[in-house]
Design a protein around this ligand. Sequence first.
Ligand code: DLL
Length: 436
Amino acid sequence: MSEAPDFMFDRETETMPRKALAELQAERLRWSLERAYEHVPHYRQAFDAAGVKPGRLRTIADIRHFPFTVKTDLRDNYPFAMFAQPVNTLARIHASSGTTGKPTVVGYTKADVERWGDLMARSLACIGARPGDIVHNAYGYGLFTGGLGAHYGAERLGCAVVPVSGGGTERQVTLIEDFRPRILCSTPSYALNIAEVATQMGVDIAAGSLARGIFGAEPWSEQMRAELDRALGLKSVDVYGLSEIMGPGVAVECDTARAGLHGWEDCFLFEIIDPETLEPLPMGEEGELVITTLTKEAMPMIRYRTRDITRLTDEPCACGRTHLRILRVTGRDDDMLIIRGVNVYPSQIEAVIIGLEGLAPYYQIRLFKEGHLDAMALEVEVQPGVPTDEQSLCARAAELRHHIKSVIGVTCEVVAKGPGEIPRSQGKAVRVVDER
Ligand code: DLL
């Protein structure tokens, strides 16, 4: 394993002994609970209904007595009722795209925006960015937190940001070739799109300047990591976040180990619960990630149920950072497909596709009804240069079908298509088309 990094953005906090970190968390947690109770009617009602008061918290473990917050609480309090201070005192408002109904709205004070910039600077340094680097930021700018989140962090670290946002992929390739950025910020699916367009343009992007990719906002597999490392000639590193909690930079891998994402515990409390019983699970067990903010002023989030399924570890990391690690998020519980009784995440399917020769890493899953049962059809693409006559495509499809059955245990229809036939991602990839 490689040696510990020579540079950290905030070494004192990042390497704080776990006991001191726990003390800091307890103090900040009390502050956050009090702020929520005093200033947000939703929390006052929820705490009262559960018979808990912020003063009841003695140790961090007492958090288990406090009620959860879920996405519908944000919707029910649309637009600003989850804020702990008047909207005219805030510095920023973001919102989710909201595919169904009203979007979820999140607010930040000036201090929140600054803290976010610090945490994202810390995250960028953690993946190997350094002051003076050029950062090509292809996360979408706008209401989505990716673009501005990465932007403020990179500036805070002392980098020069190229704020290209998503889309216009040929131009992105040209800018990467000409400006020679060391860092690429993007969703993993869009990074793959950039690599493909570069190849079509005859640009050898893997031989260029990129050294690190900070990829997140959607689930991706280890196989996709290997593919991105190869196609872009960089080290791909995973970053996690969600707008309800802050945006990107809640947790990030270190480029030393690339084995789990350090969750910044000075600012967030992480729990894993059993999504059925809602009981907290011990360190190391898989369940739903629940996050409480410890420093957010504008919108404290108490025990927010992320729906993301993962595990935590507090094993020491080779990089020397003491903050616990969140293992790669394989998917959200609402993305989990149940096909004839078998639980499947799209990222597991991705892993099988990328492992097979001749197939390109693009796919889309179609869900439909077969009688009363849910069924799944998978559309994939062959790589350029691979024969695309009907017989060859059928043979590829049959091979993939067989592998999915043997690796994941689910039977599905597979259709292999020619290169370019699956829609390409501009941001978060649409992996599942639900026709039920
Ligand atoms: O996706 C924030 C973000 C921007 C993170 C840029 C990383 C990079 P939302 O749009 O609110 O915020 O979506 C949050 O996306 O609950 C996860 O389900 C998923 N997600 C985010 N990062 C990862 C990741 C941003 N690294 C939701 N791996 C979260 C798997 C991820 N899923």
